[in-house]
Design a protein around this ligand. Structure first.
Ligand code: ADP
Ligand code: MG
Length: 482
């Protein structure tokens, strides 16, 4: 697979390319179907569905996609697979290239422009009056000075969200609108939203960038109703060039606020103003949220942030140690923290703060022993929190079966999959050994548990629905308030 560098002057391909031959189209349908089966519905819809067949020529096929960001992402993550599938479906194909096809830009993506180049700086619609500038600042919440792209550490689990956020912050045409970022508590959603705001404000001080939580949006809306001032309310929000709404889950079950937010969202997107929303779960899981709003949120680009991997946790610790004056803490302390504190980045930061405070107040070197002592309560709480019984209860409820069925000898798929998930979570979230876990699942052998764990590990990257189930259960089990 060849990746076209972001060079200049690649003409939009749609106007000139002859329609690909019939067997090319047939093969493309098969390649698409196989990709869908391999990556799962959610990933396919977000990333691969926009691809179209542009041309088949000799041993090369050309696929087009509307934005450079998508082109780069698909090329770097699916290139091999797409080429291989093409080779299997249409003999002789050895190379699949992906180009930016300006004709495919999403609605609202701006005028056709030279591929790879941002659209002209004008954002399309007629300039709107700006009488409410002052009022607009009151609407929003202040930005945290620490929450910038520069301070955001990127790893496998958040690189997609980070890339999408940078894309939104860095170009004038709208690559996807709205952008919806979701993930559990303390994984960097607010940090990314603020980073987008800082970045745009820094580059274009004239742009009206508005950041606030959904809760605050609701509060202001309720106040506007009370003061019979909803027209002004609407106008203020709709005059934003960039609207960033944090923690949308707050307005689940709040019907009229949802209705109002949906109108705001639609108006802004129509005006080609960028909207970025964060939430704690995928759009389809936002219970108590109106269907129209859920599908609107899913309709731009929805990207999830996964819990940080060990490597990312370590990277973040190293990054944050310096400003706290404990950059010289021994590596085994950092590794210990990265291994033990897995739930979210905020807890990682809190642990580090505590160690720094302890060292500053009492002096003395930071060692593994002092660290363990300082964090004893955190570590003990973590150990106590999750039991296998609790995991079984949650998993059974999630899959709508009885907990006892997880320990039964039933082999029906409807029970086997949840059983594997529960065993996998038991291994990840408790310190029980494999034989101990096996015993709790109807006296099964430890090799059965091992098989279950391996099976889930294998399936997660390929089966988006399963991956989301596991992620969701993991998160809710770790949530101390849940
Ligand atoms: P969320 O909004 O998802 O609950 P936050 O954005 O508030 O999480 O992040 C919690 C804390 O963790 C913040 O202090 C933030 O700076 C930090 N943090 C999260 N992810 C990262 C990261 N990748 N790099 C650096 N700091 C991070
Ligand atoms: Mg937040």
């Amino acid at each position: 697979m060849q990746v076209i560098p972001p060079a200049h002057g690649i003409p939009p391909v749609t106007d000139h390319a002859p329609p690909p031959a019939r067997d090319g189209q047939d093969a493309w349908q098969k390649v698409r179907a196989r990709l869908l089966a391999e990556v799962g519905q959610a990933t396919f819809a977000s990333w691969l569905a926009p691809l179209t067949l542009v041309d088949v020529d000799g041993d090369q096929v050309t696929l087009g996609v509307g934005t450079r960001f998508l082109r780069d992402w698909i090329a770097s993550h699916y290139a091999h697979r797409i080429t291989a599938l093409w080779g299997e479906e249409l003999s002789g194909i050895q190379n699949a290239r992906i180009v930016i096809d300006a004709g495919l830009s999403a609605p609202g993506d701006g005028e056709p422009h030279a591929a790879g180049e941002p659209a002209p700086a004008s954002r399309g619609s007629a300039p709107r009056a700006r009488p409410l500038e002052g009022a607009l600042t009151d609407l929003g919440s202040p930005l945290n000075g620490r929450f910038t792209f520069r301070e955001f550490v990127v790893g496998e689990t958040n690189e997609l969200a980070h890339a999408a956020a940078q894309q939104v912050a860095g170009v004038d045409h709208l690559p996807f609108n709205p952008l919806y970022l979701y993930g559990g508590v303390g994984l960097g959603k607010t940090h990314l939203l603020h980073s987008i705001a800082w970045c745009i404000r820094g580059r274009e001080p004239g742009r009206r960038v508005l950041y606030l939580s959904a809760e605050r949006f609701m509060y202001q809306f309720v106040q506007a109703i009370r003061q019979k001032d909803t027209v002004a309310f609407k106008e203020r929000f709709r005059s934003a060039d960039v609207l960033l709404i944090d923690d949308i889950q707050f307005i689940c079950d709040k019907e009229s606020t949802q209705e109002e937010f949906l109108h705001t969202l639609n108006a802004l997107v129509d005006h080609r103003s960028q909207v970025v929303v964060s939430g704690d779960r995928s759009p389809s899981r936002l219970d108590g949220m109106e269907e129209r709003l859920r599908s609107r949120l899913a309709g731009g680009l929805a990207v999830d942030i996964h819990p940080a991997s060990y490597e990312l946790r370590l990277g973040i610790l190293r990054e944050k140690a310096a400003p706290l004056g404990i950059a010289d803490a021994p590596p085994e302390v950092m590794e210990f923290l990265a291994r033990e504190i897995t739930s979210n980045v905020r807890e990682l930061e809190m642990a580090l703060n505590r160690i720094a405070a302890h060292a500053a107040l009492l002096g003395g070197a930071i060692t593994l022993q002092t660290t363990q002592a300082v964090l004893r309560d955190v570590l003990v709480a973590k150990e106590r929190r999750i039991t296998i019984e609790e995991i079984q209860r949650r998993v059974a409820a999630h899959y709508n079966i009885k907990p006892a069925e997880l320990s039964s000898s039933r082999r029906a798929q409807a029970v086997v999959r949840p059983r594997h998930v529960a065993m996998y979570l038991a291994k990840q979230l408790t310190s029980r050994s494999l034989p101990e876990i096996g015993r709790k699942f109807g006296k099964r052998d430890h090799t059965t548990v091992m098989y279950a764990i391996r099976r889930i590990e294998e399936l997660r990257p390929r089966d988006a629905a399963l991956d989301e189930d596991v992620e969701f259960l993991w998160r809710s089990l770790e949530d101390p308030t849940g």
